[in-house]
Write a protein that binds this ligand. Structure first.
Ligand code: ARG
Length: 260
């Protein structure tokens, strides 16, 4: 065979094998369901918590992220982890997204991408039921306050003059400290405090006082470099808001329609 002949044949084999490789991978890609690994601190009812009977993670965020995954053609796998470990886990690539009642803040937005806001929240004070001295954030000066570590509640509590801030791994631990009388107040997200009072047995000993401190928006976080995923999530969220699915989930957990 001439040199040209050999070269042509090699080229032929090369092109053929590339073609076959292409087939193979596209076939497996079709069969494989794409997986969205989602991190959450699952002790924050009604947004994310474990159902006592089924042991499943349930809540507004859980329903929302499942619906978003479905809309994008992804299967969602939720991994429970401490709140202050969520952004580091995104940064190292251990997870793809975070949904954890996480407030969109400037400081966090330097490290991660946030979706469009999906829930309007705010911080509130919880005290023991018979407390008559604390009725506003001003009254927290010089007091002992329990918060969850790494949260906006912790950041705000630390700004209060002469206050002693005690940080706990999760919100239920902060609530327990209030119950035990170890602190004067808990600063935490209002809807979570309210749910705890109404359904978690908190109303026996605690109450929410004062006006919410700040307006906060929750967002779904993704890694800074994963802009494609961030776009897909925003698109899916917009679709769910349009087709009524978002409203259905909202009504299921909050008993009212979302503010427009
Ligand atoms: N919204 C607050 C924040 O972003 C508290 C969130 C805590 N979330 C949780 N799942 N424990 O800091």
């Amino acid at each position: 065979m001439s040199k040209k002949g050999i070269a042509l044949m090699l080229l032929f084999v090369f092109v053929l094998s590339i073609g076959l490789m292409g087939c193979g991978s596209s076939q497996t890609a079709k069969k494989e369901v794409k997986m969205l690994r989602v991190g959450s601190d699952t002790a924050f009812a009604p947004f994310e918590y474990q159902d006592e009977k089924t042991k499943e993670y349930v809540g507004f965020d859980m329903d929302l992220i499942k619906a978003i995954g479905k809309q994008m053609g992804y299967q969602v796998k939720v991994q429970g982890m401490n709140f202050d470990g969520l952004i580091p886990a995104l940064e190292t690539g251990a997870i793809d997204a975070v949904i954890s009642a996480m407030t969109i803040t400037e400081a966090r937005a330097k490290k991660v991408n946030f979706s469009k806001p999906y829930y309007q929240s705010g911080l509130a004070i919880m005290v023991q039921k018979d407390n008559k001295t604390i009725t506003s954030f001003k009254d927290l000066e010089g007091k002992k306050i329990a918060v969850q570590i790494g949260t906006t509640g912790a950041t705000e509590a630390k700004k209060i003059k002469n206050a002693t801030v005690r940080e706990f791994n999760n919100a239920p631990e902060a609530f327990m400290e209030l119950k035990a009388g170890g602190v004067d107040a808990v600063v935490n997200d209002l809807p979570v405090n309210e749910f705890y009072l109404a359904q978690g047995g908190g109303s026996k000993y605690a109450k929410v006082v004062g006006k919410p401190l700040s307006a906060e928006d929750y967002g779904i976080a993704t890694a800074k470099k994963n802009t494609e995923l961030a776009k897909k999530i925003d698109q899916a969220l917009a679709d769910l808001k349009k087709n009524g699915e978002y409203e259905k989930i909202y009504v299921k957990w909050f008993g009212k329609k979302p503010a427009k």
